[in-house]
Design a protein around this ligand. Sequence first.
Ligand SMILES: Nc1ncnc2c1ncn2[C@@H]1O[C@H](COP(=O)(O)OP(=O)(O)OP(=O)(O)O)[C@@H](O)[C@H]1O
Ligand SMILES: [Mg+2]
Length: 275
Amino acid sequence: MTTAATPTAPTAPEERPTVISIRGLTKAFGEREILRGVDLDVHQAENVVVLGRSGSGKSVLIKILVGLLTPDAGEVLVLGQKVHELPRKALDALRRRVGFSFQSSALYDSMNVGQNLEFPLTMNTKGLSAGEVRDRVLESLEAVGLAGSLEQMPSELSGGQRKRIGIARTLILRPEIMLYDEPTAGLDPVTSSEINELINQVQQNYHTASIVITHDLTCAKTTGDRVAMLLDGKMLGVGTFDEVFSSDDPRITGFYDYNFTHTDTVRNESSGGQT
Ligand SMILES: Nc1ncnc2c1ncn2[C@@H]1O[C@H](COP(=O)(O)OP(=O)(O)OP(=O)(O)O)[C@@H](O)[C@H]1O
Ligand SMILES: [Mg+2]
């Protein structure tokens, strides 16, 4: 069984052990170079936000972290292991320690919420009794604030609730690292802020390290201990949100101005929309 990471040490994140280390990572699709030398560290119990425009390679980056895509060059260490040199069984074992919350919630529509949560648990953890499975399902549902939804079908849930169940299904394996791909995409501002709050609660309660991929600046500001911007295939400006956005670099100020103007427009348009 996977154990939870050790509790947050009372130190600055960069003084804690590194759980993800990326050096000189490159990835091209045909002639198109998407990642051109990405460097990034994530420390124990730290939330790192990766910001970037659509198509900048954010999802490619986290798919490389869990071995769904292979890098062209560079080194990727996750929990001390070189992801792309691992034999199949060791990669599967590593993936059980890393929760991947997909850009779409990817729930099984024919299963109710309880069954959606039981599935990864019984597939990946041997020897749990029916009672232990039920306890873990309930604990994960409580962690995302949806304790009463056990019997509901995915089609009966709102967009925000589906996201929460997707996160609960990832948490049920008690991962040491969480990877969130666009956790607030398509959600209204109130539901988005609830998801941001949930990401912070997961970090505090489970002491997970996280990478949060987003182009939502509110999400970045609320959840990121540090923020990194993926631009032209490299990480630009890694630091706290305020440090990064106090930069005079026009590529950073341009991203900020574009997103806040654009976000306001999007939010005004979506008011009264999806809940
Ligand atoms: N398997 C693949 N084969 C070919 N091209 C790909 C593949 N996966 C991603 N790409 C390309 O790589 C680029 C980066 O894609 P990626 O999905 O990482 O963008 P993103 O930053 O996550 O964007 P978004 O914010 O829209 O989710 C895109 O141009 C995409 O078309
Ligand atoms: Mg993406």
